[in-house]
Design a protein around this ligand. Sequence first.
Ligand code: SF4
Ligand code: MG
Length: 332
Amino acid sequence: MSTLLQIKNLRTYFFTDEGVVKAVDGVSFEIEEGRTLGVVGESGCGKSVTARSIIKLLSTAGRIVSGEILYNMDGQMVDLVKFSKEEIRKVRGRHIAMIFQEPMAAFSPVYTIGDQITEGMIYHFGITKQEARERAVELLRRVGIPKPEKMIDSYPFEYSGGMRQRAMIAMALSCNPRLLIADEPTTALDVTIQAQVLDLLKDLQQEYKMAIMMITHNMGVVAEMADHVVVMYLGRVVESAPVEELFYNPKHPYTSLLLRSIPVVGKRVERLEVIEGDVPDPRNMPKGCRFHPRCPYMMKGICDEREPVEVEVGPEHRVSCFLYGGEKDGAS
Ligand code: SF4
Ligand code: MG
């Protein structure tokens, strides 16, 4: 298995009038070719910003301040951070595509679904409008849109929520991306549709041999989809492990709490009720371990003073917490 994407020490900050928000603050992880990485954490932990940094879909206040995003482009590792706007446009859609919780974020309301799906194919492959249209009809059929040769000429508002989600997946797959970034793709859907969309994604992954970065706050979705999992908290990765290992042998107190609040697959959950306290204000990060104000195992004088470093606790299993070493003994 080879590495498709390797993020190294990524920092993405937002420069606002109220101060600097360190949304992503030293994040590292890898995605293997054809595999699914689950990225999990509560809202505001930096999952979406990490994803958007990869294809530079950040708002104007957001900036990658350091780090590398190495992408295996036809056998050569290239750093996407250094890519110009024009260069990244050639990557977006063709190499790395993204789907969102709200399909209206991907579609313009004023063009037909067909116009929007064919646009990328015409741009990336230089094929004719007619060729692109035929391919789009096939894609719509493949994702389960009824009467695709008719529906292709409809506008997004004429699709139901579930159908829009399927059409967005069709658009994302239209240029055969190697990596699909799925940001809470099923969160807004009802239970049955949610399960159907996840099944569809798994089937398409097999067919298209693409890797998926599945961003979710739902541990049920992680269990269903992921091979490897990265747990994020306040802009940092706190634990990373193969999926079975994470579920059966979680190490970080935050991961354990996430697992205790595990929702039933398909059930819509707005927030993780079990974990006490709110996510702190990212403009005012807690000193020491960022989780210490909410951690049941917090060690005074250690966790509230120093930042834990990442330690290896098993094969491909890493955790940042003083309970497993790090700088605990060396704390002054
Ligand atoms: Fe809890 Fe301390 Fe571990 Fe942070 S380092 S998760 S506060 S035990
Ligand atoms: Mg998000």
